[in-house]
Design a protein around this ligand. Structure first.
Ligand SMILES: O=c1ccn([C@@H]2O[C@H](COP(=O)(O)O)[C@@H](O)[C@H]2O)c(=O)[nH]1
Length: 314
């Protein structure tokens, strides 16, 4: 398949990497666009092409009326709102549902950015509660493992919600975990390596044995998360706008897999990322909080970003 502007074949940093062979491979047939992504696209259409997801990150004075007045004022320039602990901790479920209903009244989607990260039975309860609060999608941390990720995404879909998996977070220092290099070991090789370790501890001559083995494939954790997100049927992934080269790599991989998975990029403005660069490297949606909410004129700033997002994606 030829891959539009995101193809990374000229980019020395991008190469088919071993982890993709060792994680479940996504099916090569194009997947249909998910129900959540269809709703989100409809919202983009309805809001003049804006691909801005507004992070409702209020710190002080967290009142439902205040949140709703922000939504009312900015609804024309965004396609979705997003709530995280800023609102979910201080407010009640009824309050949150009321806010979601207000967002829906403007044709907006609403994402619960909870970065779900627990055992499957607890995850299911959380997803049920979010669905009862009328959220359209939630974020999930793939560190829970492929099976738990599949389970959570299945539960979200069965409640009509989309699921967005973290692949590479935006904040400074995220590279210490998401960029961590890891070595993949499987089955027999794993046992052999355990054995080598034991012998090493017992003072055995392991050097000889190590030389007999070809090196294990190594990769970075974010690539594992990307492979898992696609294999588990995620509707979207989060890749920080602070890391345009990662966005480009993820976009190329998604296109290679013939899948419809949206890239959500937080981290522009206050965290230093450039929304235009994120979009031109393959992001579909830009998540913005402080640079709109903290602006002297939030409507003007939202309108400016909305224009950038509609032009950059075309
Ligand atoms: O990697 C991530 C994942 C989530 N976020 C969230 O997005 C917004 C960004 O807010 P700004 O004020 O525009 O920096 C916020 O709600 C984060 O919790 C993220 O920044 N990075």
């Amino acid at each position: 398949m030829s891959h539009s502007k995101y193809n990374n074949s000229n980019n020395a940093r991008y190469m088919p990497n071993p982890i993709h062979a060792s994680t479940p491979t996504p099916t090569p047939t194009p997947t249909p666009t998910s129900i959540f992504l269809k709703r989100l696209s409809a919202s983009v259409e309805e809001h003049d092409g804006s691909r801005i997801v507004l992070a409702l990150d209020l710190s002080n004075d967290v009142r439902v009326e205040k949140v709703c007045s922000i939504i009312d004022a900015l609804a024309g320039y965004i396609c979705s709102v997003k709530m995280n602990m800023h609102l979910l901790l201080p407010l009640s479920m009824d309050d949150v549902k009321y806010i979601n209903d207000r967002a829906h009244s403007h044709g907006l989607q609403s994402i619960a950015d909870i970065k779900l990260n627990d055992i499957p039975s607890t995850n299911k309860v959380a997803i049920d509660k979010l669905a009862e609060s009328n959220f359209d999608a939630l974020t999930i941390n793939p560190i829970i493992g492929l099976d738990a990720l599949k389970d959570a995404i299945h539960n979200a879909h069965s409640r009509g919600m989309g699921a967005i998996a973290l692949v590479y977070m935006s904040h400074k220092g995220a590279e210490s975990s998401y960029g961590m290099r890891i070595k993949i070991v499987h089955g027999e090789q794993e046992q052999e390596e355990d054995e080598q370790q034991k012998q090493q501890q017992q003072g055995g001559d392991v050097q000889m044995q190590l030389q007999q083995h070809s090196p294990s494939p190594s990769t970075s954790i974010y690539r594992v998360f990307l492979g898992w997100a696609l294999a588990a049927g995620a509707d979207g992934i989060v890749v920080g706008a602070t890391r345009p080269e990662m966005i480009r790599e993820c976009r190329a991989y998604i296109e290679d897999a013939h899948m419809h998975v949206a890239i959500f990029s937080p981290g522009s403005g206050a965290q230093g990322g450039d929304p235009s660069a994120a979009l031109s490297n393959g992001a579909d949606y830009i998540i913005v909080g402080r640079s709109i909410l903290g602006a002297d004129d939030p409507v003007r700033e939202a309108s400016r970003l909305a224009r950038i997002s509609s032009i950059s994606r075309g």
